[in-house]
Design a protein around this ligand. Structure first.
Ligand SMILES: [Zn+2]
Length: 327
């Protein structure tokens, strides 16, 4: 099923060299030196037009969850568990995962779901693993882990057109330099009527250091996914959670240590996240920590005016409707 990320040709594996080569016609593709294997997985990246470096991919194997899953210091482990419990989980992703699976099962008995950026076990695993016999999860990320099938850059997904029923992309679009192009790739690899579930931060501080490029509001996400019919979109984590995140970052700045900021910020102010229970949806949308979009591949494009009318935040005056949102 894998294809060359530059020209879309089929691939062949040269076992003697431990590299993967593109089967392109001479002159139609510039990747003559092939693609490396990282921890046994093909790294199908057009390095010339990616922020990723082949050399650093090799180095990152040591920093992957494979290495991190070794038993560590029990105190550090206990603290991490305590902080995770105080910070709270993401129940929205879990329920949306179940919903995605239900909708996919209407398309075909055993749908293929592409998990973009799923090297660490996320909510998709929780929701879909329980139904492993009913779904085939294909996973890629920018580093190797037990969860990943191949390594790729989401700007050039190495899959054929219309090849998967579903795409799950959770907390990835802020880390890609051109989210519009990644969403165009998602649209390309989805079969007609295929489904996408995306989560993207709104009010969050920088994470993953230099590899954090953008944030999206409610209408920003609707425009980003304008070639999809909206099934539902909304809040993943509310303003209270965003406030806790910012408080930790501010304390981290005062203490000159993000780890200390996370520790003391969470221990002292974990309760602010419970404010979310008292915030109505439109107010939550306007100040959410993260938002989600659940949609279906469409042939039509939502117009700019329709995007304005799709707004779910607080309105102080009614909007003139030009025909409403698709879906
Ligand atoms: Zn090629």
């Amino acid at each position: 099923m894998l294809r060359c990320p530059q020209c879309g040709s089929t691939l062949r594996f040269a076992s003697s060299e431990q590299r993967v080569y593109c089967n392109h016609e001479r002159g139609t593709c510039t990747i003559d030196r092939g693609f490396p294997l990282i921890a046994g997985r093909p790294a199908l990246v057009v390095f010339e037009r990616s922020v990723l470096e082949e050399a650093s991919l090799v180095a990152r194997v040591g920093n992957s969850p494979i290495a991190r899953s070794k038993p560590g210091n029990w105190f550090r482990l206990a603290m991490r568990k305590l902080l995770a419990a105080l910070t709270g989980s993401n129940p929205v992703a879990e329920s949306n995962g179940r919903r995605l699976l239900e909708e996919l099962q209407k398309l075909t008995p055993r749908p293929v779901v592409l998990n973009i950026g799923g090297a660490t076990i996320g909510s998709i695993a929780v929701a879909l693993r329980k139904n492993a016999e009913n779904v085939c999860i294909l996973c890629f990320d920018i580093y190797a882990s037990p969860e990943t099938d191949f390594i790729a850059d989401a700007h050039d997904i190495p899959l054929p057109d219309a090849s998967v029923e579903g795409v799950w992309i959770q907390a990835v679009l802020e880390h890609v330099i051109q989210p519009e192009r990644v969403v165009a790739e998602i649209h390309r690899v989805l079969k007609p009527g295929g489904l996408v579930y995306a989560e993207i931060p709104f009010m969050q501080t920088v994470h993953e250091e230099a590899y954090d490029f953008t944030r999206f509001s409610d209408t920003g996400i609707r425009w980003l996914f304008r070639r999809f019919n909206r099934i539902e979109s909304g809040v993943v984590l509310g303003p209270g959670r965003a406030l806790l995140w910012s408080t930790c970052a501010a304390l981290g700045g005062v203490l000159r240590s993000r780890k200390m900021g996370d520790l003391f910020g969470t221990l002292l102010f974990f309760w602010v996240r419970f404010l979310d229970a008292f915030i109505p949806t439109p107010y939550a949308v306007d100040a959410a920590c993260g938002l989600y979009f659940f949609g279906r591949k469409a042939d039509t494009i939502v117009s700019q005016k329709e995007v304005i009318c799709s707004f779910q935040g607080v309105l102080t005056r009614p909007l003139a409707a030009p025909g409403g949102d698709h879906g």
